[in-house]
Structure formats: C-alpha cells, structure tokens
Design a protein around this ligand. Sequence first.
Ligand code: S3P
Length: 429
Amino acid sequence: MRLRARQGEALTGRFVVPGDKSQSHRALILGALATGETVIAGLLESEDVLATAAALRAFGARVERFGPGRWRVIGGPWRSPDASIDCGNSGTSVRLLMGAAAGQGVRATFTGDASLSKRPMRRVRGPLEAMGARFEGGDTLPLTVAGPVTRGIAHVNVPASAQVKSAVLLAGLGTDQPVEVSEPVPSRDHSEIMLAEFGVAVERSGGTVRLGSQRSLSGRLVSVAGDPSSAAFALGAAAIVPGSEVRVENMLLNPHRSGFVMALQRMGADLAMSNIRGQSGETIGDVRVRFGPLFGAEFTPEEIPSMVDEIPILAVVAAGARGETRIEGLDELRHKESDRLSLMAEGLAACGVAARSEGDALVIDGGPIRGGAEVRTEGDHRIAMSHLVLGLAAEQPVTVDEADMIATSFPTFREAMRGIGARIEEVAQ
Ligand code: S3P
C-alpha cells in the first residue's frame, strides 16, 4: 500500500498512542518465564509483539487476549518447539527470545523476514556462547539455539544495545553464576526495571548491572505506558506544522527513552510535561507540544541510544527548523530494519531538503520543505511514518512507496494521525 501525506489544517488535540513496544515484548516474555499468572494492560498489539506472543505459545506458555490490549500469560517450564520460530520483522523478539531460550535450555530455530535475515546476530550469539550456550548456523538468521547456558558472564555492551543486554540478563536466569553487563553509554533499562517488578533484583552501580542471586520470577500485573517512539511522530509533526498543538497522555518518560523530547526542547520547541508519576516501575506522564520557531542543533554519539528509534523523525523535525542540525554517531542506524542513515538522507533530499550523510553523521540544513516526491522505504516502518510527517509540513504532498510495514510497530498510525487532523490517504498503485 502507498500512502500520501499533504499539508492541511493545523494539528490539534489528543494523540492516541499505543502501548510501548519494548515494555510489551518484555511483559509477555517475563510472564512466560514466571510462575503463576501475569496480567498485562495496554499491550501493543502490533505485528512485532504478536510475533513474540506466538513464539511464547510455541515455548509452552499460555498466552491469551481477553480484551483490547488486555492479555493474560501463564508461565511454566519451557519446551523445545517442533517448528521454527518466525520472528517476522522483529529484532527485539528474536534477540530477547534467543537469550531466554538459551537460559531455559530449550532447542529452537529462529527465522525472520528478508530485513531481519540481514541483521547482525553475532552480537547476541557471541555473549550467549561465552555463557556456554551452543548455536548452529552463522551470524544471521536462520539460527538455532542448540545447547543451554552453563556459566555466568561479565559482558561489555558496546555498541550500546538494550537487546543484547536483555538477552544476556534473560539467559542469566538459567544459571546461578554471576551475570553482569557494563555499559559505557547506557541503553534503555526496561528489562532491569521489569525483572525487579517480577521479583528478580538487578543491582546497578556506575555503568554496570548485575543479576541478583534470586532468579525465579513471579507473575504480576503490568501496565504498559504509551510508546514514546510512536508518540514522536505526532509530537514532531506538531512542532513543524504551523498552528499545531498536540498532547499525548500516559507516555513513557524513562530517561533512556526521552532523547527525542530533550532534542525538541534543545531546538526551541514549545513543549511541556505534566502529571508525571510512576507506573509498573517506570516514569510516565503527559507531553504537550505547540508549533513555534525551531533552530538547528548538534547531537553527540552519547545521546543517540536515548533516541535511537527517533532519529528518522528527528531528521524530519530538523528539516523544518532554521539552520543546520548535525546528528553524530549513527553507525547503529545502518543495522536497523533498513539502513536508516542512507534512506533518510535519500528521502529528505528527494523532497528538496539539504540533507546528507557524512560518515556516520546526518547533516540537515533546515528551511521551507518542497516535498513533491515518492520516497523509498525498503519496508521500514519508521522511514515510512517519518516521511509522511514530512509531507504534512511540505509545500507539495509526499508519498511513501510501501506503508504496510507500519503495522509492525503502530497499526493504528493513520487513525491516530487523522484524529489530530492529519491528511494521509491511500494512493492507487
Ligand atoms: C529495543 C532496543 C533498540 C531499539 C529497538 C527496541 C528494545 O535496539 O532500536 O527498536 O526493546 O530493547 P538496540 O538495543 O539493538 O539498539
């Protein structure tokens, strides 16, 4: 499906954002590892998360939906599935589940779609092998976890990857040996927070996290907050579409996920946070953005992990700002669902924005946005959503060549954007 976005009225009102993808995967996986019942409210029902739910059923857990976003998981001993586990487009599913499977000592073959089959798995396989796990296959999918974790590890997490850290911590549940992960630059810490909620303490000192010695989990209630990576499309759109004012309620405000909100503030956006509170161990709150003048800014490599999935929409915001924005340290973007560094430079340039990649930096000279192009997404959901937002602020409409993959993370994107007044339509092939 091709989608086209065009400039219209100002964007206003409450943006209905679905549950956080990272929290959703983890709630299902920890529920399947726990004894007793886990009830989840606000689960993101996207293709990626549903791939995790299906995988957990194959590993023997009872995973049931009993209402919109409301799920029940009954954990228990894991079994080796008969068929291979298809993780679709989802890097989080495959990397976290490999760690969990190695920890539970089950044998499982993991597969994925064309994009996931190109992404690096050595980064997970390496530390799990250092913990004694055995693998069959290479550095990409398909890959088989063939033998259990037998020892602990002191892993140094470079480049900062929450998926790798989480795989090591989940694998570590299968040993009583010391398991620690050190991070020179911190990655998102939802696994640590949620493990503690399920009864497994994770000590933190400096940049090191260490699994506590009590490693069995008990089922519990998890409330999933609004996904800041999905909210970023509306907040970013409000910042660059004249006259807009948009608010998002109950959004995850974990500092390791708040880089985009901080970036908007640094660029001069009129942004306010309110109603800040705790929920399921996380910090959440409401965020409001009003249109106003924005200015280019510089972002350093250390800032990237806190907004790693928001770089495409940050680049769009930079296109609507006055002056130059430099975003440094984007090598990891080449290993996401697509080479996001190249595709953003290409898509923005096609829409008349002065944008280029310089090594692993993205440099954008903002100003009026011409638009009027069809952009190549290579099936990457965030490339598609970012360019649609660009179209809302451009002089001429912007079309994305393939938008079905938006369902991997944000199946209700179009309705949610239309709800604040965005003009996004399907275009005949
Ligand atoms: C995620 C971690 C990030 C992010 C991904 C979700 C997670 O990947 O890009 O969308 O839930 O742990 P890396 O940890 O590999 O950077």
